[in-house]
Design a protein around this ligand. Structure first.
Ligand code: ZN
Length: 196
């Protein structure tokens, strides 16, 4: 669970810095984890309401919402890499959870779909097109980005292309993402961070 107070401090710091960088649009956001089968996020609503950007994603290591979620969601996702049948079962569970999330929260985009836990990209992209939620193509991880671009194109969903920078020198390294979109002919007007 993120510390609510930290987000408020960051908001204040960013507001104080903004006048020094008039050429930049500074946004405060968070990547929240889906912590239950019904798509709950590990951030309180009052914090989500204060964010400029909400990202939701599936991550293997977090505290589950309930013992049932530990048993039927967290642990099977950790074990899914060892069993094809479990992986397919969790693909269904995870896709449903993410679709619940995007219907319950104002999610701007879903981080690295199908990287840390299996999801059905077509089903997810179809739902994302309906809620105007984008899918992330980040250049910092190796995963099925081509599958994401193709699913988004098929269903009319938007994409976010970013660097997932964990170090300052990685910020803005988008070339690999741009090349992929060019190669697959993905329309630039569906890339939401190209619209600012
Ligand atoms: Zn993530």
């Amino acid at each position: 669970m993120a510390d609510a107070g930290t987000f408020l401090v960051i908001k204040e710091e960013v507001a104080a810095l903004a006048p020094r960088f008039p050429e930049l649009k500074l946004l405060v956001g968070s990547e929240a984890a889906v912590i239950s089968r019904d798509g709950r996020l590990d951030l309180p609503r009052e914090i989500i309401d204060r964010l400029d950007l909400l990202i939701a994603g599936l991550h293997p290591y977090y505290i589950p919402e309930s013992p049932g979620d530990a048993l039927y969601y967290t642990l099977p996702n950790l074990a899914a890499r060892f069993s094809g049948s479990l992986r397919e079962k969790m693909r269904c569970t995870n896709t449903k959870a993410l679709i619940e999330t995007i219907h319950s929260y104002p999610v701007d985009f879903i981080s690295h779909p199908d990287l840390m836990a299996p999801v059905d990209l077509d089903e997810l992209a179809r739902a994302c097109a309906g809620t105007e939620t984008a899918l992330e193509v980040n250049t910092g991880h190796n995963y099925n980005k081509e599958g994401i671009v193709r699913a988004a194109a098929r269903h009319g969903a938007g994409l976010v292309v970013n660097s997932d920078a964990h170090y300052p020198e990685m910020v803005g390294r988008l070339d690999a993402g741009a090349e992929l979109l060019d190669r697959l002919g993905f329309p630039a007007e569906q890339v939401i961070n190209a619209l600012f």
